[in-house]
Write a protein that binds this ligand. Structure first.
Ligand code: FAD
Length: 534
């Protein structure tokens, strides 16, 4: 089988054009093409008047070796790699203590699945509730301003990405095609098969809920065990080794191999780990606001006359600008046709994020509009100083929003002019429970505001109306990635605690659903190797 990349066709090509293009690309008669399939599909909208579909395809042709020889210098024709996932170990008979996974987000879920598939019968703990009960609590904040600190957008089955756009792509290097394993499991659990072939797949919130439930059933069927509403409140260490976990119920769970997949918002857990002497360091992340425009503005700006074409869907963007003050301002976690969501997990704090449904057909486009910061910007050199900064900004947002979980908001025109907004404009905010107009500049450090004021007109030149005076900012966006790294060594164990495997976004080793799930697989393999060698 041959893999052919950079195969380009017009947006509205007839069905027979793709096999014809494959044969032409390989320089073989159409009759020599035995079979073919699409590996990835994207579109190139750089020329709005001539949008292209871009394919990576796998093709079987007669005389494959000769074709490959003839095209040896062509970087876009290669033998198709083997992407099958193969387990690295098998649980020995009488394996001893079961491995424990803390966190049922994408990282913990895939760590649990891989351990279960290898026969290790993991125990998966999560402080939050099963996904359907969690959904009710999450809506409680959005509809009634009632925050449950243990069951919300950040905590509970499925983890932080459950109420999201469900974007399933990543920039990580993935030579073993572990991302394919993740996507394949998702499809078996109910995701649309197109996530395997779309270059930028997404599944939206509702489908994620069902998929998470089905994956739980699979793990349980393989001998794994879940315990929800079970917060790990302490770790028992002895001479640099994990001996067990104290649960908030008072129970002690003996354990020698623990995957720590707690996400970026488990601040009390970071504090506990730091108090116990687990090596933690401050790491860079980004802060800012969320920006909303009507999706129709973005579609028109990016797709021109092709806006609304059924094959293109709602347009997505990614923007970045290096500012004169040395900062980088960029768009983050863009959600086409989605909503801005209240993403706080602590009382008295306001945090924004974004989500969408599979259809992406809500009125507005939203994206984080954030500026990169480093530990040099944090209030102290303490490893958890980034957490302290997040808390400070989120508390300021709570006060600026009126202390009832409304988000503070400002029109872009007012933000650029340096005056408070007193009313909302053309863009109807999607954030619930609501948005109160104010001066957002009072909430963020000056260097962030300065960078944003410089970047907005630059982005407006790339996407017309991006800096429209009526576009809307809400805030604050502080949970862009983990403010800490729980550093691990080559064996993926904590630098100074044997048996503790920091993993996923909270530990600083992932930045999204797919990368967190892939990291979960890698860590599960490391746990399995450690257990087999023990
Ligand atoms: P998490 O998903 O955060 O899971 C951690 C889990 O650990 C939680 O369920 C928590 O309850 C549990 N936990 C924490 N502490 C303890 C403890 N002490 N004891 C027991 N359990 C504990 N990423 C994308 O790739 N695409 C998107 O479209 C996208 N949209 C997003 C939208 C929103 C609103 C949010 C909040 C995030 C979004 N993300 C998105 C980011 C993505 O969700 C995260 O990168 C990903 O979930 C990280 O996975 P994780 O498993 O490492 O951690």
């Amino acid at each position: 089988m041959l893999r052919i990349s950079e195969l380009k066709l017009p947006l509205d090509y007839p069905p027979e054009a793709l096999p014809a293009a494959i044969a032409a690309r390989l320089g073989v008669p159409a009759g020599d093409l035995i079979q073919w399939s699409v590996w990835k599909r994207a579109h190139d909208a750089r020329r709005k008047s001539a949008i292209l579909k871009v394919y990576i395809v796998d093709a079987e042709v007669a005389g494959e070796a000769a074709v490959l020889d003839r095209l040896a210098g062509d970087p876009h024709v290669r033998p198709t790699p083997d992407t099958t996932y193969r387990p690295v170990a098998r649980a020995p008979r009488g394996q001893g203590l079961r491995p424990v996974v803390i966190g049922a987000g994408p990282c913990g879920l895939f760590a649990g699945l891989i351990l279960a598939e290898m026969g290790f019968r993991p125990i998966i703990l999560d402080r939050g509730k099963v996904v359907r009960e969690r959904t009710k609590d999450t809506w409680g904040l959005w509809r009634r301003s009632e925050l449950n600190p243990e069951s919300n957008v950040q905590f509970g089955e499925g983890g932080a990405g459950t109420f999201s756009d469900g974007k399933l792509y990543s920039q990580i290097k993935d030579p073993r095609f572990l991302g394919r394993k993740v996507l394949t499991e998702f499809v078996q659990a109910g995701a649309p098969a197109e996530i395997l072939t779309e270059a930028h797949p997404h599944i939206g919130t509702f489908r994620l809920v069902t998929m998470v439930e089905r994956l739980r059933a699979k793990i349980e069927g393989l001998g794994g065990e879940y315990r929800f509403q079970t917060r790990v409140s302490d770790v028992e260490l002895d001479r640099g080794r994990v001996r067990g976990l104290h649960l908030h119920t008072g129970e002690f769970l003996e354990a020698e191999q623990v995957v720590l997949a707690v996400g970026h918002s488990s601040r009390d857990t970071f504090e506990m780990l730091h108090d116990r002497g687990v090596h933690i360091e401050a790491k860079p992340f980004s802060i800012g606001f969320r920006i909303e425009h009507p999706q129709s503005w973005i579609d028109k700006a990016l797709f021109g006359p092709c806006a609304g074409h059924p094959d293109l869907g709602a347009a997505a963007y990614s923007l970045s600008h290096h500012c004169a003050n040395g900062r980088t301002a960029y768009s983050f976690c863009m959600c086409p046709g989605g909503t801005v969501v209240a993403a706080a997990s602590e009382p008295g704090r306001v945090v924004t994020n974004g989500m969408s449904q599979y259809s992406r057909n809500e009125r507005n486009a939203n994206a984080g509009f954030v500026v990169g910061i480093t530990p040099a910007d944090y209030p102290s050199e303490h490893p958890l100083a980034g957490v302290a900064l997040q808390r400070e900004l989120e508390s300021r947002a709570f006060v600026a929003g009126g202390k009832d979980y409304f988000a503070p908001g400002q029109l872009v025109g007012d933000f650029l002019a340096g005056r408070a907004s007193t009313a909302l404009g053309e863009v109807v905010p999607s954030y619930r429970p609501g948005v109160r107009p104010t001066d957002l500049a009072a909430v963020m450090p000056d260097y962030v505001i300065e960078a944003m004021r410089e970047a907005l007109p630059v982005f407006g030149r790339k996407i017309p109306r991006y800096d429209d005076p009526e576009a809307l900012l809400t805030g604050v966006e502080t949970r862009t990635s983990s403010p800490v790294r729980i550093t691990r060594g080559a064996d993926l164990q904590s630098l100074n605690v044997r048996g503790l495997f920091p993993a996923g976004e909270g530990a600083g080793y992932a930045g999204g659903i797919l990368s967190a799930a892939v990291d979960g697989i890698k860590v599960a393999e490391a746990v399995a190797r450690a257990m087999v060698e023990a």
